[in-house]
Design a protein around this ligand. Structure first.
Ligand code: COA
Length: 153
C-alpha cells in the first residue's frame, strides 16, 4: 500500500479517478441510509476540486483504493470524507488512513459526521476512539451521527 497527498485541483486525471472512487464508495452509504441525496453523491468534478481541504490517498499499484479528506483549524480537525473501494473494503485501508489523520492532528480534537445507519463507518470511528456526540436530521429525512475524538480524555 502506498500513501500520497495529491491535490485533485492540480491533476485532472487524478480528480476523475477520485470522483469515481467517491461515487462507488458512497453508493454503499446511500444504500445503508436509504437515500442517494447524500452530498458525496451529488458532487461533481468542479465542486470536488474547489474544496480546499487536505487529501490523503491509498494506492495498490496504479489503482486508487482509498482516500480521506479533512480540514484543519488551530484547535480542531474535521474529517469531511473517508472512502474505500468496495472491492477492497474490510482490509484495514480506512483504518490506516484515519490513523494517519489522527497522528497529524497532534493532540487536537477531531470531529466527524456520518449517516446514522452507516454501521460500518460508526464502527470504524468507535474502533479508533471516537465517541458519539448525538444525532441530527440534516437535511430532512437524512439522519447523521456526530462523533468526536478527544485525545486528552
Ligand atoms: C466505512 C469505510 C470507510 C470503512 O473502510 P474499510 O477500509 O473497509 O475499513 P477497515 O477495514 O479499516 O475497518 C475498520 C473497522 O471498521 C469497522 N467496519 C468496517 N466495515 C464494516 C462493516 N461492513 N460492518 C461492520 N463494521 C465494519 C470494523 O470495526 C472494522 O474493524 P474490524 O475489521 O477489526 O472489525 C468503508 O466501508 C466505506 O468506504 N464506506 C463508504 C463510504 C462511507 O460510508 N464513508 C464514511 C462516511 S464519512
Amino acid at each position: 500500500m502506498i500513501f500520497s497527498s495529491p491535490d485533485p485541483a492540480s491533476d485532472p486525471y487524478f480528480a476523475v479517478a477520485l470522483l469515481r472512487l467517491q461515487k462507488t464508495s458512497y453508493a454503499q452509504e446511500a444504500e445503508l441510509v436509504g437515500d442517494d441525496r447524500i452530498p458525496p453523491l451529488q458532487e461533481d468534478e468542479v465542486e470536488l476540486t474547489a474544496w480546499r481541504g487536505r487529501w490523503l490517498t491509498a494506492w495498490e499499484g496504479v489503482d486508487l483504493v482509498g482516500a480521506i479528506a479533512w480540514w484543519e483549524a488551530d484547535d480542531r480537525v474535521e474529517i469531511e470524507k473517508v472512502m474505500v473501494s468496495p472491492t477492497v473494503m474490510r482490509r484495514g485501508i480506512a483504518s490506516a488512513l484515519l490513523g494517519q489523520v489522527v497522528d497529524r492532528a497532534s493532540g487536537r480534537e477531531i470531529l466527524v459526521a456520518t449517516g446514522r445507519a452507516n454501521t460500518p463507518a460508526v464502527a470504524l470511528y468507535a474502533k479508533h476512539g471516537f465517541r458519539v456526540e448525538g444525532d441530527e436530521e440534516v437535511p430532512p429525512g437524512i439522519w447523521i451521527t456526530r462523533l468526536r475524538y478527544s485525545p486528552v480524555e
